[in-house]
Design a protein around this ligand. Sequence first.
Ligand code: COA
Length: 169
Amino acid sequence: MQIVPLSAEHELALRDFLADFVRVGESDVPGYFADASWSHDEIVANLAAGSRGEHLPEGWAPSTTSFLEDDGEILGVVNLRHRLTSPLLRCGGHVGYGVRPSARGRGHATRMLESAKQQARELGIDRILVTCDTDNRASTCVIEKCGGVLYDVLDGASGGTIRRYWIAL
Ligand SMILES: CC(C)(COP(=O)(O)OP(=O)(O)OC[C@H]1O[C@@H](n2cnc3c(N)ncnc32)[C@H](O)[C@@H]1OP(=O)(O)O)[C@@H](O)C(=O)NCCC(=O)NCCS
C-alpha cells in the first residue's frame, strides 16, 4: 500500500475508483478536483500543475493531490491545500479526502490524513485546519484520531453544522 501522485498507469484504476462512488450515488469525491471532460493525461498534468500553483482557477490555493494505492487499485484520494483562502478558512480547510465506498472502515482515511500531515510539515506548515459536517461521524472520528482539536462549530450552507478542527504538526 502506498500514497502516490496520479500517473499515466492509473487510467483504469482511476475510472474504477470513481465508478465506485457513482454506484452508491455519491456524485462528489472530496479531495478530487478534475473536470469530467479532461483526458487521463490532462488529469495527471493538471493535478501536477496544481501542486506547483500553476493553471489554478481564480482564487484557488496550490494543492497536492495524492492517491492511496494497493496492488494496482486506488482506494482513496487526499488533497492538501498549501495555504488557506477565506472560503477554505470557513469550510474545507487544508485537507479533503475520500475513500471508495467498498474500502471504508479499514483505516484508510486515517492513513491518508496522517500522510497529509507529513506533507504539510515538509511545506513548513505548523498547523492544519480540517473541517467536516457534524453529521459525518466517520470523518469526525478520523480527524480526532489524527489529533484534531475542535475549534468551533459553524452553521453550514445546507442546514446542518460544520466542525472546524486544528491539528498541530
Ligand atoms: C469519511 C471517510 C473518508 C472515512 O474513511 P474510512 O477509510 O472509512 O475511515 P477510517 O477507516 O480511517 O476511520 C473511520 C472511523 O470512523 C468510524 N465510523 C465510521 N462510521 C461511523 C459512524 N456512523 N459513527 C461513528 N463512527 C463511525 C469507524 O469506526 C472508524 O473509527 P475506528 O477506526 O476508531 O473504528 C469515508 O467515509 C468517505 O470517503 N466518505 C465520503 C467522503 C467524505 O465524507 N470525506 C470527508 C469529508 S470531510
